[in-house]
Ligand binder design. Structure first.
Ligand code: LLP
Length: 421
């Protein structure tokens, strides 16, 4: 459920007609709905109502916009960050340092030190040398780093290979079979308060079964660690819950309520604080990418609808063959079969192939739906295009929460050395 809908034949974001944003801000532009973000944040929390002790950390890689983060901070969310840059964003948005979890397989020593200096709540350690480094840095600062060990449960998340993270041959975490010995060595280090386990098996999961399989393995590990005398107070179950991308699709991801019920059942006897790192399930359907049709060009089989958004603005179709519904802002009721492409000079700049869509003509506005997660954050300036702006709608008002950064601004940061010539 989201707040992008047709009113009197015109698509609105909450109470704002999208043509108004197109006219005042230009296209392409991301448009987020505050009410939808809040609704999803609340739905995820409600789903976990039977989990007594929990901590919610929004995976800010999915949408790191400061305005979006502030909305979620107000909802009581902390942050899951994966870089020093994300850490500073979470703080700048008003999230409390102790509510920040630092994940990521390649944290630098400087980033570990930054996390300690900022007083973040937890480090998710990805392998033994990282844990040793963190302990050393913390000790030198006369601090103790709160940490959990990320394990790789070797479970197939059943999602796209590029966003699957819990198989044995993925780069993430330590093998669950070797976790007890690594945990024992790391927990003996002064400077480290190793207090639990983390797991995250992938993103856009559309079934509960892989989650449940992974969580059960983690539950067994927790029991083994306790039997070996370790104190386990925290388990981080990661993110990964999928969202519907395609209207009428017969693959419907589990609801937050179903997910929460499964979590409550599987973890009933764990007696820990459970931590969650949802990203897409909060942000995905809270945003659209608004675009204008530039041209409709005849093709060999079907026409090409050439829009002013491109793969640099929304990379997911080019990267993962991801589906985003394409809907006219003022649908006429007529349809057409077309391929939807952007202006970038490669065939990968294709949003949809031979798809039945609302009929559009040059000048018509349309949206790519479900673009609030992994949209603007993955944008680039490829082909010297501008960096796409972002707008946040709240009822009958809106604000530009990220400017369009012109190609000229990017060029201004470049130099031609005087020794060329
Ligand atoms: N926690 C960790 C450790 C993660 O690596 C991720 C996502 C999350 C939480 C949040 O997962 P979510 O709840 O959003 O599924 N760019 C890709 C998705 C990459 C996900 C990376 N990790 C896409 O556009 O589909």
């Amino acid at each position: 459920m989201n707040h992008f809908e047709l009113r009197d034949g015109v698509m609105h974001a909450e109470d704002i007609p999208l043509p108004r944003i197109a006219e005042e801000i230009g296209t392409p532009v991301y448009v987020y709905s505050r009410a939808t973000l809040e609704r999803h944040a609340q739905a995820f929390r409600d789903g976990l109502k039977d989990v007594p002790r929990k901590h919610l950390a929004f995976a800010i890689k999915s949408n790191p916009n400061l305005g979006v983060l502030r909305v979620l901070a107000r909802q009581g969310y902390g942050a899951d960050v994966v870089s020093g840059g994300e850490l500073e964003r979470a703080l700048a948005a008003g999230m409390a340092a102790e509510d920040i979890v630092f994940s990521g397989v390649g944290k630098t020593r400087a980033e570990l030190a930054q996390g300690l200096d900022r007083g973040i709540g937890q480090f998710n350690i990805e392998h033994e040398p990282e844990g040793i480094a963190l302990a050393e840095i913390a000790l030198a600062k006369e601090m103790t780093a709160p940490a959990v060990l990320r394990v790789n449960p070797d479970v197939d998340a059943g999602t796209h290979a590029k966003i699957s993270t819990g198989k044995a041959d993925n780069k993430f975490g330590v093998g669950i079979d070797v976790a007890p010995e690594i945990f024992a060595r790391l927990s003996a280090l002064p400077g480290l308060n190793l207090r639990g386990i983390a797991v995250h098996i992938g993103s856009q999961l559309t079934s509960l079964a892989p989650f449940e399989a992974a969580f059960k393995r983690v539950g067994e590990l927790v029991a083994d660690l306790r039997a070996a005398g370790h104190s386990i107070t925290h388990v981080d179950l990661g993110g990964g819950l999928g969202v519907p991308y395609r209207a009428g699709d017969n693959i419907i991801p589990p609801s937050p309520a179903d997910y929460g019920a499964m979590v409550a059942r599987v973890t009933r006897d764990w007696d820990v604080t459970l931590m969650f790192e949802p990203g897409r399930v909060i942000a995905g359907n809270s945003g659209v990418l608004l675009t204008e049709t530039l041209w409709v060009k005849p093709g060999a089989t079907h026409p090409f609808v050439i829009v002013d958004a491109a793969m640099n603005d929304l990379a997911r179709p080019a990267l993962y063959d991801a589906w985003h519904d394409f809907v006219a802002v003022k649908p006429s009721g007529e349809t057409m079969t077309a391929s939807i492409v952007g202006p970038v000079c490669e065939t990968g700049d294709t949003f949809a192939r031979d798809r039945l869509i609302d009929k559009v003509e040059a000048g018509d506005l349309a949206v790519f739906c479900s673009a609030g997660a992994y949209g603007a954050t993955m944008a680039s300036t490829y082909n010297s295009r501008s960096l796409v702006p972002e707008v946040l709608v709240d009822g009958d008002r809106y604000a530009v929460v990220a400017d369009r950064i012109a190609a000229g601004t990017i060029m201004a940061a470049e130099r031609v050395p005087d020794w060329i010539d």
